[in-house]
Design a protein. Structure first.
Length: 75
């Protein structure tokens, strides 16, 4: 497999992972908003921390994808 094809494939997988993490973050935030008044405090805190960590993962995946796209320009 040529190097350019490998980079394209990696970008494709990053898009899939990005979409999964984005859907997870949106679901967690929606759950937090829905259960803000009635949910148990521990669950709300854990959900908030999980949403924050998933958002950090989204930012990290985005930066990795941008680096790969820039690398693709050089090939």
């Amino acid at each position: 497999m040529a190097h350019i094809d490998k980079v394209k494939e990696e970008i494709g997988w990053l898009k899939v992972v990005f979409a999964i993490f984005l859907a997870t973050a949106l679901s967690l935030i929606a759950w937090l908003v829905e259960n803000y008044g009635t949910g148990q405090t521990l669950l709300l805190v854990v959900g908030g921390v999980a949403a924050f960590l998933v958002m950090l993962a989204i930012i990290w995946i985005n930066s990795v994808a941008k680096r790969k796209i820039n690398k693709l320009e050089e090939l």
